[in-house]
Design a protein around this ligand. Sequence first.
Ligand SMILES: N[C@@H](CCC(=O)N[C@@H](CS)C(=O)NCC(=O)O)C(=O)O
Length: 223
Amino acid sequence: MWQVYQFPLCPFSRKVRLLLSEKGIGYELWRENPWEHREEFLSLNPAGRTPVLHNPAKGLTLADSRAICEYLEETSDNHPMINGTAANRAEIRRLVALFDENLYGDVTAPMLHERMTKRIVQRAAPDSRVLREAMKLAHEHLEYIDYLLDHRPWLAGATMSLADLAAAAQLSVADYLGGIDWAGHEQARSWYSVFKSRPSFGPLLAERMEVIQPPSHYGDVNA
Ligand SMILES: N[C@@H](CCC(=O)N[C@@H](CS)C(=O)NCC(=O)O)C(=O)O
């Protein structure tokens, strides 16, 4: 059985967990707070970042969500998520990079820092200017997602792919932290509500990060 080292609001762990579930691969959750720099965790991943996928029976440890997702894609035939022609696969990987890097850097990372790290680790108040800027940038990312969905049923093309999982993972964390205003983004909102109803998403929506509560619409599959 795979062990996923993660904490509930790590968007990269969410992406990996969504992929594992969509592929029907079982896993156990192992709670890891990377800011604690635990030695045992650093021996699994010297970068000190979640997610890590560990399989003691196989003697295998995988780190970095993109490396993990590529591994799962190469080793499981179930529900391919980087599929189609070489051009389709390049488009999926382009969007995964965009969401993992830009959406994370512009929106999820500052929201996590202001609302989670400052509260739990630094015991400091969030900076409202940083939060406002992240929410403004969230609108720009949602506009791009609306644009993609105007042209295709799923973000990277005709079928659901890792690009959808990557975007949903980031947006779900930003939404938990109150950083997403869905008003005016009907395409993105209805794409995301389809996701919320998927069995793979249920466990994520039900989880809570101690002391931080999400807004009421967060876990509502009809919102
Ligand atoms: N590129 C990495 C990013 C992982 C990452 O940044 N994880 C965060 C938590 S969401 C982390 O562990 N941060 C702690 C640190 O950077 O020291 C991936 O895709 O797995």
